[in-house]
Design a binder for this molecule. Sequence first.
Ligand SMILES: [Zn+2]
Length: 274
Amino acid sequence: MSKIIKISLVIFLIIIILLFSLYNKNYLQLHFLDVGQGDAILIRTPQGQNILIDGGADNLLLHRLGESMPWWDGTIDYLVISHYHADHMMGLMELLNKYKVKNILVTAHQPDDFLFSVWQKSLEKYSLQATIVFAGDSWQLAEDLSMQVISADSQHEDYNDNSLVLKLKYKNISVLLTGDLPSVEEVGLLHNGFDLSSEILKVAHHGSKYSSSLEFLQAVRPKLCIIQSGINNKFNHPHPETLERLSQVDCQVLRNDLEGIITILSDGQTWWSV
Ligand SMILES: [Zn+2]
């Protein structure tokens, strides 16, 4: 290859990298990844940090991350596991082989099952230790960007009941991420004193009718509701009753089973989908 071609290639690559890093800069990026029936949400902060909430049920996660992150970025700053069901964490097994994961946030729930023991072995392999979080814990990710744990129970038998609930706040826009929390546990959230109001809501449990009670939705008052459900999933998520309740609170619904990947940008004052 001639010297001129090599130099041109390097210049071309530098321009591409610069364009990519300038694009969407200063915006909070929310990527609700299309991983079939399961949850996986990549949040890219205006400062370039990557936060991954759950990892779906299989290696589709890695493909989706590859599509939403620049190729030179191999770091997940925060990995949050809402709970230890396969549709939220199977995809994470391979993640550790490909990405450098700096912090792992989990509840104190340590189930006695095969999946959890395999996960623990993966953590050991990479000398990683998960941080157990509690309701009220918060992180100031930047001057105007914070993340707070709203719920992190660990005592329930049903894994869904222990879902880690997280609220992200960027200037005037909040995002509530609810894992698979059922309505019986939403009641607790309504009385624990946290401000639940959020413009954007990740609808709990893929739109199951056993989550997202009207009382809860009225407290959150979401404007945009994202449902992470897979095409033709065997649970028939989302349930028509849930969709009806979302319409009762005038929430615009976007679904992964209908839209594929859902990407939302926010400047901290408003948000839009791209
Ligand atoms: Zn689930």
